[in-house]
Design a protein around this ligand. Structure first.
Ligand code: NCD
Length: 342
């Protein structure tokens, strides 16, 4: 694996498999059964210049669960970028303070520019509509775990990606990551104007996958194994696009769609947040509590996967086993009301 994690382009099937293996070893720590201090003394710089809850907090929590400490800054307003500081200068300064840096920024390519000015490992936490590689890794880890539970295989799987495929960076990274594996079927359904960029479709097709674009969810998806739906990224629309845009209910993944169109063990994923305002027509809350809804298992998986990324980039992945101790505080059996015991 390269020094930074900026794009799925730098990953190979072997490096992904290694990260998945390390993530599985992190599970007892993520599930609060054991503790480790392998990153004791290390400091993470967590720089978020765009809205975030789970990515920012889970990177922070993952670093803490490895025994490290975290410094963060959120939003441009309270950073020196508001005073006109360049990415180069911020990067040079932060690398004097921190041992690893996570950055999210609204401009595509900005995190790579930031990383070019430092020798400290940098992780892209999302660069505008570009990429979100750690999300793709946790999505892949989720698919793998769910398939193992359901007795399914990745080869020949059928994955449906829907929602905003143009600006959704999570689907850009995920489709690249899936393309590293044995040929599968990938179906893309986007509202008009929000289709997956052609260069990504060409890349995936050139690696032997069957990619099909459809215009509607009102179709037969009985053999789909994964429905991966995404929020419309309105904040990235031009003024012209925003004018009068509203997402038709036809693109909503809800219980009726799952019951009528999909299989009994089709899983539903979403990078979250889902836009729960009724007019948004995002993933419906009527699937809450349905075991097919994997979204909260997916967010939980963010911790072991991000721990694995840090441990690998900072080269302590071989030390974890030697450093484990049992947890001493009270840990509830389950963490959330809707958590299915899968
Ligand atoms: C996504 C993101 O920021 O790209 N969220 C996340 O990181 N889990 C998806 C989104 O904002 O819609």
């Amino acid at each position: 694996m390269s020094r930074h994690l900026l794009s799925v382009d730098s990953l190979t099937r072997d490096s992904v498999n290694h990260l998945m293996h390390v993530a599985a070893r992190m599970e007892p720590i993520a599930q609060r059964r054991q503790v480790t201090r392998v990153l004791e003394g290390a400091v993470l710089g967590n720089l978020f210049f765009e809205a975030s809850t789970r990515t920012r907090v889970s990177f922070h929590a993952a670093f803490c669960r490895l025994g490290g400490s975290v410094c963060d800054t959120t939003g441009f307003t309270f950073s020196s970028m508001a005073k006109g500081e360049s990415l180069y200068d911020t990067s040079r300064v932060m690398s004097g303070y921190c041992d690893a840096i996570v950055m999210r920024h609204p401009d595509q390519g900005s995190v790579a520019e930031f990383a070019a000015a430092t020798h400290v490992p940098v992780i892209n936490g999302g660069d505008g509509p570009g990429e979100h590689p750690s999300q793709a890794l946790l999505d892949f880890y989720t698919i793998d775990k769910e398939f193992t539970r359901l007795g399914k295989k990745l080869a020949d799987a059928h994955v449906l990606l829907t929602g905003d495929l143009k600006y959704g960076r999570t689907v850009h990274s995920l489709i690249k990551l899936l393309s590293l594996y044995d040929p599968m079927r990938i179906t893309l359904v986007a509202p008009p104007g929000l289709e997956m960029p052609d260069y990504l479709i060409d890349l995936v097709a050139s690696r032997g996958h069957r990619v099909e674009q459809r215009t509607s969810l009102a179709d037969d998806y009985a053999d789909v194994d994964v429905v991966y739906t995404t929020r419309i990224q309105k904040e990235r629309f031009t003024a012209e696009m925003s004018e009068g845009f509203s997402l038709s209910r036809d693109f909503t993944v809800d219980r009726a769609f799952m019951d009528k169109r999909c299989g009994r063990d089709t899983i539903v994923m979403h990078p979250l947040p889902r836009d729960s305002r009724p007019e948004a027509n995002d993933l419906d809350v009527d699937l809450n509590g349905d075991p097919r809804l994997a979204i909260f298992r997916q967010t939980d998986n963010g911790i072991p996967v991000r721990m694995a990324i840090f441990a690998t980039l900072l080269q302590v992945d071989e030390l974890i086993e030697k450093d484990l101790r049992p947890v001493r505080w009270f840990v509830p059996e389950r963490v959330g009301v809707d958590d299915s015991p899968l």
